[in-house]
Design a protein around this ligand. Structure first.
Ligand code: KIV
Ligand code: ZN
Length: 385
């Protein structure tokens, strides 16, 4: 089994979600929960971006012990200095320094030639190595960069001391086969590439973040970056809970493992949602309110006979108490009868029939029938002589 390292960036890329602003206490609580969730690296923030973020990263670095703590830096000395100041007391500190490598970013944003970008990248990795044993270097917008240029700059930053090479799909533009091919190309063309971890970092602008992350590990990536609930810049990042669960459920297909503690997923997701104010969509994979809910009679009947008919993930695996048979207009008599028993009613067959008619008539007026609604119907019918 190949071990895949998990790099969580909920506290950095996730916090870059428009409208999100976490205070120090919230970041610290989340960091402790991410540690329980078993991530290998947590990117605690971007220390040079504000005094508040610097303080939060410092506090996290001094508190969590069983996880490597990273800080983000642009390729400038003052950012790297801020990272070191914030992280120097961490058990296992990591610098994450990045520079863009795509023609559009180099020309318009950085206003640097490709040669100047190589020079800056090498200089900053060497500078960072004076302080940090672990330096992750990211080629921002890697997926829109020239492959030969990318291979050349990666070779040089590895020589300069980088220990992790991250190739982000910064704008969520790549298709899985294409993204995977980029990793394969680097594996085949960059000397010493096997001495470092290759990392993927996928954004979800075209809904490909998770598929691209899998394409990356199929082609040699050994680290996956992402966030809880998939939050992050614009459409967000790859969802780590989806990645961890997919890898586990499909271990017949994928010979990979992670250190993630899947039963912490629900609690972690709830905490992220609460602190960021970003509600998890009901139909979101793994953590959505409907992920373990069944409404149609056919599905409910199947699940009551054997949950595996319509559930590929057990709720317990991800820390959810149980599945949920939602009573609505598509529900059948089987789930309805089961619910009657759960609510503590014992009715004759005739009374059940009568109650079912009353319930169905209510579903034409209400999308979801609650336990309180049912209680009212059943009490009425039970006492009706
Ligand atoms: O998406 C991206 O390119 C980033 C980098 C800073 C790694 O978040
Ligand atoms: Zn990103």
């Amino acid at each position: 089994m190949t071990q895949i390292k998990i790099f969580d960036t909920t506290l950095r890329d996730g916090e870059q979600s428009p409208g999100v602003n976490l205070n120090q206490l919230e970041k610290l609580e989340l960091a402790k929960q991410l540690e329980r969730f078993g991530v290998d690296v947590m990117e605690a923030g971007f220390p040079a971006s504000s005094q508040g973020d610097f303080n939060a990263v410092k506090k996290i670095a001094e508190t969590v012990k069983n996880v490597s703590v990273a800080g983000l830096a642009r390729a400038v000395k003052s950012d790297i200095d801020a990272c070191w100041e914030a992280l120097k007391n961490a058990e296992n500190p990591r610098l994450h320094v990045f520079i863009a490598t795509s023609p559009i970013h180099m020309k318009y944003k950085l206003k640097k030639s490709p040669e100047e970008v190589i020079e800056t990248a090498v200089e900053m990795v060497k500078y960072g190595k004076q302080f940090f044993d672990h330096v992750e270097w990211s080629a921002e917008d890697a997926s829109r960069s020239d492959l030969d240029f990318l291979a050349k700059i990666i070779e040089k930053v590895i020589d300069a001391g980088a220990t992790v090479i991250n190739l982000p799909d910064t704008v969520g533009y790549t298709m899985p086969r294409e993204y995977g091919a980029m990793f394969r190309y680097m594996k085949e063309n960059v000397p010493n590439i096997d001495k470092v971890d290759l990392s993927c970092h996928c954004h979800d602008d075209l809904g490909m973040a998770l598929a691209n992350s899998f394409a990356a590990i199929e082609n040699g990536a050994t680290q996956v970056e992402g966030t809880i609930n998939g939050i992050g810049e614009r459409a967000g990042n790859a969802s780590l809970e989806e990645f961890g669960v997919a890898l586990t459920i499909r271990n017949d297909y994928y010979p990979y493992q992670t250190n993630l503690v899947l039963k912490e997923i629900k609690r972690t997701s709830d905490m992220v949602s609460k602190f960021t104010g970003m509600t998890v969509p009901g139909n979101k994979a793994v953590v959505g309110r409907n992920a373990f809910a069944h409404e149609s009679g056919i599905h409910q009947d199947g699940v009551l006979k054997n949950a595996e008919t319509y559930e590929i993930i057990t709720p317990e695996l991800v820390g959810v108490q149980s599945n949920n048979l939602v009573l609505g207009k598509h529900s059948g008599r089987h789930a309805f009868t089961d619910k009657i028993k759960q609510l503590g009613f014992t009715l004759t067959d005739d009374k059940i029939k009568e109650a079912f008619v009353a319930f169905k008539s209510l579903t034409d007026r209400k999308k979801e029938v609650t336990d309180d609604d049912l209680f009212a119907i059943l009490t009425d019918i039970q006492t009706d002589t």
